[in-house]
Write a protein of this length. Sequence first.
Length: 341
Amino acid sequence: MRTAMVVINEGVGNGIIVAPLLAALERCYPGWRYFMAPNIALDAEWVRSAVGIHGASGTFPALWRRFLPADREALWNFIDRTGVELVVNLRMEFAEEDGNYFEFRAEATKRGVECWDLHELGGRPQRLPFGEQAANLLRAHNVPVELNRPAWLADRRRPRPGVVGCYVGASAAVKRWPLGDWSTLISHLGDRRLIVEVAVGLGADEQALAHRLSSVPAVADTVFLHSLEALRDWIAGLDVLVSNDTLAVHLAAALGCPVVTLYLATDGDIWSPAAAPDVSRAVQSAIALSCSYMKPNGTCRRYYVGCPAPCAAGVRPADVLIELDQLEWSGRQASHQEVVK
């Protein structure tokens, strides 16, 4: 029996991505125990039972994922106290900015603690979906991982034909598509005789945006979601979803709900969910990919420090409509015929 520590990025969406990978690890090594930081998705019983995981209750601070020198003593005390002999680091960063982890890994080698990390796959992050990269790391350590069942929450899906969800929120402002673009898209969807619902989470800025969009004639309902379960159930009832790059996208893929994702300040080749092309389509801002603030791991350096977000101009409503027409959903054919008329 081995004792491991699994480190992932903090976001709830990362929990949805990683859940099938943890299930694969448990199936391969049922006698292992492992610790993780708290994650709302991975601590939810309906996620655990659907994907088949039993361990991974939150037991250490989330910020330890950064391996900061200030946390190092507490981190090593935890490792020694719990008998951790393996650290599985699924936090995606590129080498030039991961010096703290490399210092930890060097010390771990001296102490006889094994480390698995994404740096084993190459010096620069690959432009593959993060879930696939993490799966490749586990496979390199003889853990069989199959991602051929992406819709592992499909039994909860109850789609309403012709209902299009627009998730307009995001925790970082640079990941939010502007009001005018959402309004234009929603008006076009209304022209196709589709039912549009707008949804956001708890953020005040997001909710203000949703309130303003509620006056667009095509909006049938504005939904304020206060929990992960509420977001799950709303997406489960949609025919199709259009969303900023957020948790909603990964939940949609797990539910089997067709989704078009707007990658404004992130790289869709890396942060797209595991799903077939007729379930998940990406609209990528080329401005973001050429921006000097885009990191090799597909994320923006200025998420939380303020930015005028010129990358948003790289995604247009017409681009989204094109991708919607590539998905398989019940209202697609009828809406397309309406446009032809």
